[in-house]
Design a protein around this ligand. Structure first.
Ligand SMILES: [Zn+2]
Length: 239
């Protein structure tokens, strides 16, 4: 009987491990050089939407997932979070940490804002969360779009700049387009988004702000060297 239960446990562990590695896991594709930009966009676009308590929890999860393992998935328990967020303080002889209720209330708020998502069952090591980046969080995308509109005039003057090869300039294009593929309208992230030339380089197109557009890898590789406008019928609303 015990042996059978152990077998079932083993099988469940296997299934769980499989589910842990979702298709958009960052394993192998995360580039540490992007970390400063990610941190900047969290501070600019996400943090203003969070309460101080939620912020502290988000940064704790960020530190132990994206920074520590280059992966956005983290299994953690409420008590680990309570221990980790540094809210220990001495009251009389006892050291108090954040209450379990405070942690779970704030985790719930983060989930309601779609900042973190539960992706696996809870076991004795905690709950498996996926930590979203600003470009995947609807509330942040709105803020990014607003800031993009405010900055557009400023950016368009820099026509001579290369928006294709310089990483931080590429992000400006992705932000301008809301991280959405112009062709299939798929929501992308900085890790899955690519840039496409509106007028192909082979036909005199350059790497300027106005000649580049956000595209998913699939649409990008299936397009060939046709100018973008030729692919659409006259009633398509692309721009
Ligand atoms: Zn696409």
């Amino acid at each position: 009987m015990n042996e059978e239960i152990n077998k079932i446990r083993e099988l469940l562990d296997k299934i769980e491990k499989k589910n842990d590695v979702s298709e958009d896991s960052l394993h192998g594709t995360f580039d540490y050089f992007e970390l400063p930009q990610i941190i900047a966009s969290v501070i600019d676009f996400l943090q203003p939407l969070l309460s101080p308590y939620e912020s502290v929890i988000y940064w704790f999860l960020f530190r132990h997932s994206i920074i520590e393992t280059a992966d956005r998935y983290i299994r953690v328990s409420n008590s680990q979070i309570a221990q980790g967020i540094g809210s220990k303080f001495k009251s009389g002889d006892k050291v108090k940490v954040a209450s379990d209720k405070a942690i779970s209330d704030n985790l719930r708020c983060l989930m309601e804002k779609k900042v973190i998502v539960i992706v696996g069952d809870t076991n004795r090591d905690g709950t498996l969360y996926k930590i979203n980046l600003p470009e995947e969080i609807e509330l942040c995308i709105e803020r990014m779009k607003k800031s993009r509109v405010e900055n557009t005039c400023h950016v368009e003057q820099k026509k001579d700049l290369d928006y294709y090869n310089i990483a931080e300039n590429r992000l400006l294009i992705f932000e301008r387009d809301g991280y959405v593929c112009y062709k299939c309208r798929k929501q992308l992230t900085r890790f899955s988004a690519t840039l496409d030339h509106i007028q192909p380089v082979s036909q005199g197109g350059d790497n300027s702000y106005s000649n580049l557009i956000t595209c998913c890898l699939h649409c990008n590789s299936s397009r060939g060297a046709k100018p973008i406008m030729e692919q659409f019928t006259s009633d398509s609303k692309v721009f």
